[in-house]
Design a protein around this ligand. Structure first.
Ligand SMILES: C[S@@+](CC[C@H](N)C(=O)[O-])C[C@H]1O[C@@H](n2cnc3c(N)ncnc32)[C@H](O)[C@@H]1O
Length: 338
């Protein structure tokens, strides 16, 4: 594939004080708005302001400590404690094009729910049940924030990939490759395997649709010669029958709406008999409730996915949960082993 970006421009490492500023300023704004426009809820608005102030003070302390220099102060210690140093190094290498918006939104929702719980506890102890519910909500939002951080990791689904390719000479399709996270993880797990990434490269939630980022990430990973990319729709793949030894897809088929079955039929068509397909999707459950709240109820269930996969002609080999996402390992019948 041609490489549109001249030189990799590494993003500066994101540090944790960025999140604290954000929560602090949003909290101050929310608290002031409540204080001015809803005077009856003074205790709640003051609690929110208190929590926001706490975050702003924390951010100032962190920045001051970082400013003391790379080798002194709280900064290096904190970065080592939180693992931020190692993560920042990794993050600076690849850019998969997702902003932290959803993750930060969950943190802010947690902060507001916790503040509201404190307010209820202080102002109306008789309403302890409401306070309890708000604490549960805050915990759920906080868990969602942590889970979302896991989903954003470059290597978040590495382990299930080990069962995918049967030989190092395999050619594997990465269906919906985006900016290349799964292709890079797979190429690192199975040395020698060649990967073809397919995507429409038009997703609004990936910076620039992902094609330029993919080229950049592959170059940084030293994989430009082992991973190629095609622009195509998964419901009409531009490959002959049996073109691939295996296929992988992370967080893509749940985007196909009513065309999920058609997408799976296309995928099995381009696999060789005996070829394996590892599909990773979000399914309803506690972790997705934490991440997406009521929206998680609209996700396709595991049972429905099993039915769709078998309806397309796949045999189920394995399934499980890894890093809060659900994976299913499928096989096209007719290989030497079946
Ligand atoms: C959530 S991203 C996942 C990207 C990548 N697999 C990863 O895990 O980093 C979903 C990707 O699926 C692609 N996609 C969604 N529907 C598609 C379709 N019908 N045909 C091709 N690609 C599609 C989007 O363009 C986007 O890049």
């Amino acid at each position: 594939m041609t490489d549109p970006s001249p030189r990799p421009r590494l993003k500066p490492a994101r540090s944790m004080h960025g999140h604290m500023w954000l929560m602090g300023f949003v909290g101050v704004a929310a608290g002031l708005v409540l204080l001015i426009y809803v005077p009856g809820l003074t205790v709640i608005s003051k609690s929110i302001l208190f929590f926001a102030g706490f975050h702003l003070v924390g951010a100032v302390v962190l920045v001051a400590s970082l400013a003391m220099g790379p080798a002194r102060g709280l900064g290096p210690l904190l970065r080592r404690w939180t693992g931020a140093e190692a993560r920042a190094k990794k993050d600076a290498r690849f850019d998969f094009g997702w902003g932290p918006g959803w993750m930060n939104g969950l943190a802010i929702a947690a902060l507001i729910s916790a503040a509201a719980a404190v307010a209820v506890e202080v102002a109306a102890p008789r309403l302890w049940l409401l306070g309890f519910g708000l604490v549960a909500l805050a915990t759920s939002f906080l868990a969602g924030n942590v889970i979302m951080r896991g989903f954003r990791r470059p290597d978040h689904m590495v382990l299930p990939l080990v069962d995918l390719a049967l030989s190092e000479a395999d050619v594997v399709l990465d269906a919906g490759c985006g900016a290349g996270r799964t292709s890079i993880a797979l190429a690192r797990v199975v040395k020698g395997v060649r990967i073809v990434g397919v995507d429409r490269f038009d997703a609004g939630y990936i910076d620039g649709g992902g094609r330029a980022l993919l080229a950049r990430n592959l170059r940084l990973a030293g994989l430009s010669d082992r991973v190629s990319a095609e622009t195509a729709d998964l419901t009409a793949l531009p490959f002959p029958d049996g073109a691939f030894d295996g296929a992988v897809s992370a967080h893509v088929y749940d985007h196909l709406g009513a065309a999920k079955g058609q997408g799976l039929r296309e995928l099995i068509r381009v696999l060789k008999p005996g070829g394996r397909f590892l599909m990773i999707v979000w399914t309803p459950g506690w972790s997705m409730f934490a991440v997406a709240n009521v929206l998680s109820f609209f996700l396709t269930s595991k049972q429905r996915w099993r039915g769709l996969a078998e309806g397309a002609g796949f045999r189920r080999l394995d399934e499980g949960v890894f890093n809060n996402a659900w994976f299913i390992l499928l096989e096209k019948p007719g290989g030497a082993a079946t």
